[in-house]
Write a protein that binds this ligand. Structure first.
Ligand code: DC
Length: 232
């Protein structure tokens, strides 16, 4: 069977800011698969929670939130002109808003809630029901698609991840220091890895890719080799 006939499920998990989504998007494009950014879904639900005033600075009003969660609809589209994936929340385009610092600061609180994870995992499983999907996140290979044909666990040292983020923010004119970014990355790793429900961990059958010293092309080629090995 060739890659064009059979469509598999590819789960890419790993630490924040290690370039998972960049590689996942390129891979999906090359294979003509659907790409799903599960982090964007957690961000969209967080935005919903904020807009409906279902949380304050660091506390979620869980009862009210749970009763409204079924009204949350999330879908993605692809802007061919900008070559960009777009996230929609209840038919409103929220791609830029969900990347704002206000959402980034609150998303780890919302993504720790059991009923939120249950709902999003169910939505993600429905999206990937027919295979032919590349999904990135923290629990894709362990919880969402434990039977995925290919699982990748991506990482890079916190210094390398911080350097990359520092460069990116610098070109946008930000004055944030490298030390602050390292602290923020290490804090997010800690939260992701130690939360009670679905903590970030490498699935026993995931392939570890440390991309500290790999170019994007090298990473992509490595993963393409792994994809091809699934069809042999
Ligand atoms: O990938 P990201 O940084 O955009 O993810 C945003 C947040 O959502 C991050 O705090 C981790 C959380 N997340 C999660 O808990 N499970 C996932 N499958 C994806 C993201």
């Amino acid at each position: 069977m060739t890659t064009s006939e059979k469509k598999i499920t590819i789960a890419i998990d790993g630490h924040s800011s290690c370039g998972k989504s960049t590689v996942a998007k390129s891979l999906a494009k090359l294979l003509s698969y659907t790409y799903i950014d599960s982090g964007a879904m957690y961000r969209a639900v967080t935005l919903f929670c904020m807009k409906k005033e279902l949380m304050d600075e660091d506390k979620v009003f869980e009862q009210e939130f749970e009763s409204l969660l079924n009204s949350v609809k999330i879908h993605f589209s692809f802007d061919t002109e900008k070559q960009q994936y777009l996230t929609w929340l209840n038919n409103e385009l929220v791609e830029d808003e969900i990347r704002d610092i206000e959402v980034s600061e609150r998303v780890s609180i919302v993504s720790q809630i059991g009923f939120v994870r249950e709902k999003l995992v169910q939505m993600q499983q429905e999206m990937g029901f027919n295979g032919g999907i590349v999904m990135d996140g923290r629990d894709i290979g362990t919880v969402v698609f434990p039977d995925a044909e290919l699982k990748i666990f991506m990482t890079a040292s916190s210094e390398v991840r911080a350097q990359r983020r520092f460069k990116e923010l610098n070109t946008k004119g930000s004055s944030v220091t490298l030390e602050d970014i390292i602290k923020n990355i290490e804090k997010r790793d800690y939260i992701d890895q130690t939360r009670e429900i679905s903590p970030l961990k490498q699935a026993h059958d995931a392939v570890l890719i440390d991309n500290s010293f790999l170019s994007r092309e090298e990473q992509l080629n490595k993963i393409l080799d792994l994809v091809n090995s699934k069809f042999k």
